[in-house]
Design a protein around this ligand. Structure first.
Ligand code: MN3
Length: 205
């Protein structure tokens, strides 16, 4: 790292905790492999690069490119952290419906699980271009919310903690579902690890 040897590359691609083919037939092996190893890894590299450039700027006092690197940190950082949640939100032999406090909170906010899933699927289908649909916990309002993101970092309520995130970039589904994003989101519900979502909910609220 030359003169900036004190900077540590802190972000790493986390390994999947299940096989690339474990989510078949809902999400295919090749999509998982490309998505995790290539796409997600690109965000890890991009975030580390942006953070190293910002560290250099602090050291040199030259903030001429600060706007650019802050934008890069937002895009790649949001991309990295959302994918970390996404992989853990899914699993083999999952799907079904939530239980316990999360189930109660979903029923209380949305009326029923069915109402929640209709809203979530519609919002995911309506994301313009590349983005995400998420179930979040708003830490100020103390309330569950369905929010969407364009790219990774645009559109949000800043105080929200993502609990369940669904990647609706074309790289998440195009090999298997082509243009049928709705069919992919429908299939995503068969691999949701509600235990992981519940764990995130209990930690956030
Ligand atoms: Mn992705």
């Amino acid at each position: 790292m030359g003169q900036f040897g004190e900077f540590k590359m802190t972000h790493e691609l986390p390994p999947l905790t299940y096989d690339y083919n474990a989510l078949e037939p809902h999400i295919d092996e090749q999509t998982m492999k490309l998505h995790h190893d290539i796409h997600h890894n690109g965000y890890v590299k991009g975030l580390n690069n942006a953070e190293s450039k910002l560290a250099e700027a602090r050291k040199s006092g030259d903030y001429g490119l600060v706007k650019h690197w802050e934008r890069e940190a937002a895009f790649h950082g949001a991309g990295h952290f959302l994918h970390c949640i996404f992989w853990e939100n899914m699993g083999p032999n999952c799907g079904g419906t939530p239980t316990g406090n999360l189930s109660d909170a979903i029923n209380s906010k949305f009326g029923s699980f069915e109402n929640f899933s209709k809203h979530f699927k519609a919002a995911g289908g309506a994301v313009e271009g590349s983005g995400w649909v998420m179930l979040c916990w708003n830490t100020e309002a103390k309330s569950l919310e369905i929010l969407t993101a364009e790219k990774h970092q645009n559109l949000t309520q800043w105080v929200s903690v993502p609990l369940l995130v669904c990647d609706v970039w074309e790289h998440a589904y195009y090999l298997n579902y082509q243009n049928k994003r709705a069919a992919y989101i429908e299939a995503f519900f068969n691999v949701i690890n509600w235990e992981n979502v519940s764990k995130r909910f209990e930690a956030a609220c």
